[in-house]
Design a protein around this ligand. Structure first.
Ligand SMILES: C[S@@+](CC[C@H](N)C(=O)[O-])C[C@H]1O[C@@H](n2cnc3c(N)ncnc32)[C@H](O)[C@@H]1O
Length: 193
């Protein structure tokens, strides 16, 4: 799907969702049949396009990197879905804070931004998700390090500690019913009660 974007991402070292995880994401979107979706981490629009083509939802997607945001815009235009998309080129924490203050809510959230920040986003995402809505977070295994009992290399430590906190906060929250799929880099699927 969107093969030329996959090739571009590979050649330019842009991380995009992996094939099995993408299929699960699209199946979850189809199942949820959302009217609106929030994505944290657009990159060049690949996963956004997958979700748009799996539903008739509108999409708010956040990307900090200006070059990637511009490419994502082009790709949404290329596949004629630009009118369904609001792309916000800014820092996710700032944007999520603003969206929550505005009282906006979404049926489906795809969390695929900076892995060391998921725990900070969780309280905001809880507000931003409707009851019965789905939170889908990618890369929750952080290269298998989250479950590792070995000492974590310094450069990954903060990210791994923060991801463990995120997973523990979700599983102990009374607001969510969640499961972790050990597929590729790990997926968390949580339903807001
Ligand atoms: C794994 S990539 C997203 C891949 C995309 N969801 C896909 O599968 O096609 C993560 C993206 O988050 C962006 N990002 C990193 N820190 C961010 C921040 N603080 N706010 C918003 N976006 C951020 C990165 O620039 C990167 O493009």
């Amino acid at each position: 799907m969107f093969e030329e974007i996959e090739i571009y991402a590979k050649e330019n070292f842009i991380p995009i969702i992996r094939p099995k995880s993408r299929q699960i994401l699209m199946d979850e979107v189809k199942k949820a049949s959302p009217s609106n979706i929030l994505e944290i981490g657009s990159a060049i629009g690949y996963s956004g396009l997958c979700m748009l083509f799996a539903s008739s939802a509108s999409l708010v997607t956040i990307e900090k990197d200006e070059g990637r945001a511009n490419m994502a815009r082009q790709n949404f235009g290329r596949y004629n879905v630009a009118e369904r998309v609001q792309l916000i080129n800014d820092d996710a924490l700032k944007v999520l804070t603003n969206l929550a203050e505005e009282g906006l809510q979404f049926d489906f959230v795809f969390l695929d931004g900076p892995k060391g920040q998921y725990h900070k986003y969780l309280p905001l995402l809880t507000k931003l998700l409707v009851k019965g809505g789905t939170l889908f977070a990618d890369n929750v295994s952080v290269m298998g390090l989250v479950d590792s009992t070995e000492p974590i290399a310094h450069k990954h430590r903060t990210m791994v500690v923060n991801m463990r906190k995120f997973l523990s906060d979700v599983s102990s929250s009374t607001q969510f019913e969640s499961q972790i799929l050990k597929v590729e880099d790990g997926i968390l699927i949580a339903k807001r009660k």
